[in-house]
Design a protein around this ligand. Structure first.
Ligand code: NAI
Length: 452
């Protein structure tokens, strides 16, 4: 099929490459000239495992191309995917300006029947707005081409995006038109080799499904973070509690790990947007208000632990003279995405309290520099930042942190203090090795948290 994808970001680029991989002819359009020029030369603007190989192969085989020429892309394709950003506006609602701009562009240039697919995460009712934007352009051109608007929210996870797209748990297609549903089914058929996991529904339900999924996952995270905080105060072990509840098939094990709060480009903004959508129709999402509040508080937990353990409570800057090494900057492993990363809050709080901060991340240093500049130091060697540091704080669970050289950590740190925001290690082993190890919600594992 002939497809064009608007937006060469995390979602658009992955979708474009995967559709090309399954034999389609895909044109990727972006308004960012530098990004498109880079992509033409095989320079991938983001870090996503496997993406570079996929882009280069499909480009060289002629199925995938990149352009800023909107007109040519629209004219050459039957299906146009909208995969541009929907950042939060000032009031938390999704800002639809980029989505609607694409709708207008399509209306300006289409020459015949088109299927327009909202892949961006958009509030219920957006398909109607896109339809109106396209129709307004057709009216002003005085032409009457037919088109359908489909909602096809994307569920891929950064860090595993290619796999998620190629072997999805499900593909949700919201449409009010049988013919369009058939075309969309045909497009996604190659990704359903093991199971048919296509769920066809009405447009508004499809739009809601994406928000409901992200809100549910965010809720699990905030819930478990509160259980961990309570375990700490009650001398229970959250890891044991997770086993105990996850084994219930109605609950399951996933998304029950405590951590430094959720971040990234989706959960924070999608929870906010759903709260706003509800507000607009006079309904209050009480549960999601709490999910958000818990998450904001959770982002401070690691820095608070460092303050309790190392800080001079009488001093103006309680961490003055202390050096804190941080492992992990990106909001999760296998991505360079720093949007709403908990590290941003944690490091700002350490700095505000006078600490010197050194950070390691395998991929996100370039992105982190945009926020922190020279206020912290960086290394791509995870051990280099430890020398003489008063504590190591683990923020992101990159795989290289899971089984590190503990002897080297012990030798390099000034104090053998590890504050672990991802519960990567066994508390009893860490104690035996001589560390003062502070995980989340695991005092009940027999290890004292120290401090307050
Ligand atoms: P992104 O910010 O990485 O990429 C968006 C791209 O769209 C940018 O390259 C931008 O230059 C381009 N763009 C803006 N206006 C344009 C226009 N008029 N024409 C062509 N290109 C234009 O965004 P990302 O992360 O890919 O997200 C896109 C959408 O997908 C959002 O609604 C997001 O919520 C949703 N989503 C994101 C996921 C993720 O893991 N990042 C997962 C699932 C959904």
């Amino acid at each position: 099929m002939k497809i064009c994808v608007f937006g060469a970001g995390y979602v658009g680029l992955v979708a474009a490459a995967c559709f090309a991989e399954s034999g389609n002819n895909v044109i990727t359009v972006d308004v960012d000239q530098a990004k498109i020029e880079g992509l033409k030369q095989g320079i991938i603007p983001i870090y996503e495992p496997g993406l570079k190989e996929l882009v280069i192969r499909n480009q060289s085989e002629g199925r995938l191309s990149f352009t800023t020429d909107i007109e040519a892309a629209v004219k050459a394709s039957l299906i146009s995917f909208i995969a541009v950003g929907t950042p939060p506006g000032e009031d938390g609602s999704a800002d639809l300006q980029y989505v609607l701009a694409v709708g207008r562009s399509i209306g300006q240039h289409m020459q015949g029947y088109k299927i327009i697919v909202d892949k961006s995460t958009v509030p219920v009712g957006t398909a109607d707005k896109v339809r109106a934007a396209v129709q307004a352009e057709l009216d002003s051109r005085g032409v009457g081409f037919e088109f359908d608007v489909v909602s096809n929210p994307e569920f891929l996870k950064e860090g595993a995006a290619i796999d998620d797209f190629m072997k999805p748990d499900r593909v949700v297609i919201g449409t009010d038109n049988v013919r369009t549903a058939e075309i969309m089914k045909e497009l996604y058929e190659p990704f359903m080799r093991k199971h048919n996991r296509m769920i066809i529904m009405d447009i508004r339900s499809a739009e809601m499904t994406k928000y409901a999924a992200n809100a549910m996952l965010a809720t699990r995270i905030s819930f478990m973070n509160q259980i961990a905080n309570l375990c700490e105060r009650m001398n229970a072990d959250v890891a044991a509690v997770r086993e105990g509840i996850g084994s219930d098939s109605r609950i399951g094990y996933d998304f029950l790990f405590p951590g430094p709060g959720y971040g990234g480009s989706c959960f924070p903004k999608d929870v906010k947007a759903l709260i706003r959508t509800a507000d607009e129709c006079g309904y209050e999402m009480l549960l999601l208000n709490a999910v958000e509040e818990v998450n904001e508080l959770q982002k401070h937990v690691l820095a608070r632990k460092v303050l309790d353990l190392l800080g001079d409570s009488g001093a103006d800057k309680p961490l003055a003279g202390k050096t804190v090494a941080c492992w992990g900057l990106s909001f999760k492993p296998r991505t360079d995405d720093m949007r709403e990363a908990p590290s941003l809050t944690i490091i700002e709080e350490l700095l505000a309290n006078g600490a010197q901060v050194r950070a390691h991340d395998p991929e996100a240093i370039k992105e982190a520099r945009k926020t922190f500049g020279d206020r912290i130091s960086y290394s791509t060697n995870q051990y280099e930042i430890l020398s003489g540091a008063d504590a190591l704080v683990i923020i992101t669970d990159w795989s290289e942190y899971r089984n590190p050289d503990f002897e080297r950590i012990m030798a390099d740190l000034k104090e053998p203090l590890i504050v672990d925001g991802r519960n990567l290690y066994k508390p009893d082993r860490m104690q035996l090795a001589g560390f003062r190890y502070i995980p989340l919600g695991r005092n009940g594992s027999g290890i004292s948290a120290g401090g307050k």
